[in-house]
Design a protein around this ligand. Structure first.
Ligand SMILES: [Ca+2]
Ligand SMILES: [Ca+2]
Length: 277
């Protein structure tokens, strides 16, 4: 047996993850010991939260992709969960009462994030469970573990069955415990830190929100024409005065210069005639 070193974030300070047990699986606080005989039940498979950490070395896992494994199914796809990966660690634990009669239980647990690796296999040759033994001290909580005990994990060569769902979020087990524990360590992905509470980039208000539009220098002829206060003089009045008090007033138009000239001449002639008459 071994007591895990405190290498992980204490459970109480780890970010909460959504865990949904079903069947005979029950979520429970991890006890002081998870060695055989310390936390027994014939009906319940416990799910203990071992905490959250970032892996400081590659971790060998017995399964790193979906599948279902038992004595009649292919061996699970072993692999590595790489160094630097943030993980939340859980331990499924089934230990029947006593060491004589066997007990069976089944159930599943669903996680909000993907399962990155499962550690559970016990070898048929020597009955040791190397992936569990190798990680009690680095990924376990502050508890006594059955490190090095034969058959402490899952015996796929007997009647135990372990399944990782296709979406990697659900672990299903069907276990038979007799005189040893059945344990599965589960490494679950940790989502990136959320930006909650972090102020968004400085969204300064528009500097000249109250300034006039760019083209405001262009006079709005329609608006200014209706003020009624305009003092614009009438366009180009021409007044001709004859020597006999004759006065001829000619309105001109800018766009008609030939017409203007003709009117000027006509006005002058008329005035001259009146003056002469
Ligand atoms: Ca027992
Ligand atoms: Ca076992």
């Amino acid at each position: 047996m071994a007591v895990a070193a405190l290498t992980m974030t204490p459970v109480g300070t780890a970010r909460a993850q959504v865990v949904t047990p079903s069947g005979q699986v029950q979520v429970a606080p991890i006890p002081g010991s998870v060695a055989e005989g310390a936390h027994e039940s014939d009906e319940l498979i416990r799910l203990f939260d071992e905490g959250e950490t970032t892996l400081t070395a590659d971790v060998a896992a017995d399964a790193v992709s979906p599948g279902s494994w038992s004595s009649t199914m292919p061996a699970p796809p072993a692999g590595l969960v790489p160094e630097g990966t943030p993980v939340h660690v859980y331990l499924l634990h089934f230990d029947n009462v006593g060491t004589e009669a066997a007990a069976t239980a089944s159930g599943s647990v669903e996680f909000a994030e993907e399962v990155l690796g499962l550690l559970f296999v016990c070898n048929e040759v020597d009955n040791l469970c190397p992936t569990l033994d190798a990680t009690d001290g680095t990924l376990g909580a502050s508890a006594i573990y059955p490190t090095g005990d034969p058959l402490r994990g899952i015996e796929l060569f007997q009647s135990d069955v372990v399944t990782l769902s296709g979406d990697r979020r659900s672990v299903d087990v069907a276990l038979t415990s007799r005189n040893r524990t059945d344990q599965v360590r589960i490494l679950v992905a940790v989502p990136p830190e959320e930006d909650a509470g972090v102020a968004p980039p400085d969204a300064a208000p528009p500097a000249d929100s109250g300034s006039p539009p760019p083209d405001s220098g262009v006079p709005d002829t329609g608006a200014t024409a209706d003020t009624g206060a305009s003092t614009t003089p009438p366009p180009d009045p021409f007044t001709f005065s004859g020597s006999g008090g004759c006065s001829c007033r000619v309105e001109t138009r800018k766009e008609g210069r030939p017409t203007l000239l003709a009117l000027l001449l006509l006005g002058a002639v008329l005035c001259a005639r009146r003056s002469g008459s």
